[in-house]
Design a protein around this ligand. Structure first.
Ligand code: SF4
Length: 81
């Protein structure tokens, strides 16, 4: 069973449509540039707003949904255990 994922947002392709923020508001928020970013508490490094580490099963499920629904495929699950 999956217990941890590393998720990455590609800010160069994110449209700022807000889909990920609607599906998983606990993890995703808007940046000042109106792109998606990871909330501080889930970041691997505090200053890297596009990389998150998620261990909660409910949130992992939501992020897997977002990975398939993001219109520009800007959200990738890079690593899972
Ligand atoms: S769903 Fe994709 S394009 Fe839309 S805000 Fe999130 S990362 Fe950006």
């Amino acid at each position: 069973m999956m217990t941890m994922i590393k998720v990455k947002i590609d800010k160069t392709t994110c449209l700022g449509c807000g889909g990920c923020i609607i599906i998983c508001p606990e993890v995703f928020e808007y940046s000042k540039e109106i792109k998606a970013q990871i909330k501080e508490e889930f970041r691997e490094k505090i200053k890297e707003a596009n990389i998150g580490i998620i261990t909660d099963a409910k949130l992992i499920k939501q992020i897997k949904t977002i990975e398939s629904l993001c219109p520009t495929h800007s959200i990738r699950i890079e690593k899972s255990t």
